[in-house]
Design a protein around this ligand. Structure first.
Ligand code: PLP
Length: 429
């Protein structure tokens, strides 16, 4: 790795050597990758860790008495310890999942199973009754919205939404009114994948705790970009994805406070998560294994641990400072371009390097194609946050998002191109 000291500021230009994909051109233009919010690029250390496992130690874990099985199991559980340490969890409180979507569905379906009477006395406290309330926000990614819509439909619970101000900050006064004695679950994003604003976790956790509601944090866009300690944040449950934090696809995590994971009934069932099984019933292992049915994505856990080590070596304080610097440069320049409207233009708030915007008179997809012709990769569309776009009177926006390898010249290339886009499409400035 090129920048191994957590105390030194991050040098994105030097880090680029670790990401071979970034050295290519798109047409004649050097690739400017500003789509890490969708999925980050992977450093060679992550790919090498996966390949090394597959070529040298590949075997199924927690079964089999042979040497390879033992080595794979050790690597797999070491990976859990590494990633748990990275997010402020311990090994028993980190469940491997296929990613944030899988984690959030696991929680919603498990609460549904508690409602159906599964899981015994401890689970009964998590059960929903008709008229109970699940509180989310208006800024959710669909992955932290639809599972709760479905749970509400199955249980008769009511879904309520904390509104967002025009500047992209959450309306905490409204939250204080909405979260009340019928509230059983409060689910919200640490960082919106559209607005990039870091939400006030402590305030929302305090409101939820005061009424005994379970908190569920969607940490998909915070874990790659900020130091995150779930235990210190005080949330009950939290979800994140490996592929957004320099890691592999198909792996992510669900953090849960031990008492909550113990109380949640199982969701997916099958091999590897049981103590005993008869023809009629089964007993389950404790968490995390009770949520890890079936053959596990072992190489991906090892790749994800390599990603966590890579970020840890950079220092997450340095990563956050870099994100802030990129975000400030981007937002300041975007504000100066005629016809560009930022979604969530609040000033004086903590942010990561995500900026979404609308270009007056030019469809987001046209902007995306125009930028692509200059080698610049951004996300266009609703970014799986359709209701949030509707709230801002849009069907689509353009989103630029940074990572550890994003340089000031990447930002400048974006800003230069955007300066030309309206003229290219014949829209008056
Ligand atoms: N939540 C947020 C805030 C996201 O940005 C994403 C992905 O874009 C998700 C959840 C879903 O993550 P995944 O698709 O990796 O399951």
């Amino acid at each position: 790795m090129s920048s191994p000291n957590a105390d030194t500021p991050l040098d994105p230009a030097a880090l680029r050597a670790d990401f071979p994909i970034l050295s290519q051109t798109i047409g004649d233009a050097p690739l400017v990758y500003l789509d890490s919010g969708a999925t980050s690029q992977k450093p060679r250390a992550v790919v090498d860790a996966e390949v090394d496992f597959l070529l040298r130690a590949n075997s199924a874990v927690h079964r089999g008495a042979h040497t390879l099985a033992a080595e794979a199991t050790e690597l797999y559980e070491d990976a859990r310890a590494t990633v748990a340490g990275f997010v402020g969890a311990d090994e028993e409180t980190l469940v491997w999942t296929a990613g944030a979507t899988a984690s959030l569905n696991l929680v919603a379906y498990a609460i549904g199973n508690a409602t159906a009477g599964r899981g015994g006395a401890a689970s009964a406290a998590l059960a929903l009754r008709a008229g109970d309330e699940i509180v989310v926000t208006e800024i959710e990614h669909h992955a932290n919205l639809i599972p709760w819509q479905e749970l509400a439909a199955r249980t008769g619970a009511v879904l309520r939404h904390i509104p967002v101000h025009d500047d992209g900050t959450l309306d905490l006064d409204a939250a204080a009114t909405l979260i009340g004695e019928r509230t059983r679950v409060v689910a919200f994003p640490h960082v919106s994948n559209v607005l990039g604003i870091v939400n006030p976790v402590a305030e929302l956790v305090a409101l939820a705790r005061a009424v005994g509601a379970v908190t569920v944090l969607d940490a998909c866009q915070s874990v790659p970009n900020l130091p995150v300690d779930f235990a210190a944040l005080g949330v009950d449950l939290a979800a994140f994805s490996g592929h957004k934090m320099l890691g592999p696809y198909g792996i992510g995590g669900l953090y849960g406070r031990r008492e909550i994971l113990d109380a949640l009934p199982v969701f997916l069932t099958g091999g590897s998560m049981v103590t005993t099984v008869t023809q009629d019933e089964a007993e389950f292992l404790p968490a995390p294994q009770k949520f890890e049915a079936g053959t596990q994505p072992v190489s991906q856990t090892i790749g994800l641990a390599a990603a966590a080590r890579y970020l840890d070596a950079l220092g997450m304080d340095a990563v956050r400072d870099h994100e802030r610097a990129i975000e400030r440069r981007t937002m300041a320049a975007l504000r100066e371009i005629p016809g560009v409207r930022l979604l969530g233009d609040a000033s004086g708030v903590d942010r990561v390097g995500i900026a979404a915007f609308d270009v007056a008179g030019v469809h987001a997809h046209d902007v995306g194609q125009f930028l692509d012709a200059r080698g610049i990769a951004v996300r266009v569309g609703h970014h799986c946050a359709k209701p949030l776009h509707a709230r801002f009177g849009l069907t689509a926006s353009v989103r630029a998002s940074a990572s550890v390898f994003t340089t000031e010249s990447d930002v400048d290339a974006l800003i230069d191109a955007l300066g030309d886009v309206r003229a290219y499409f014949g829209v008056d400035a």
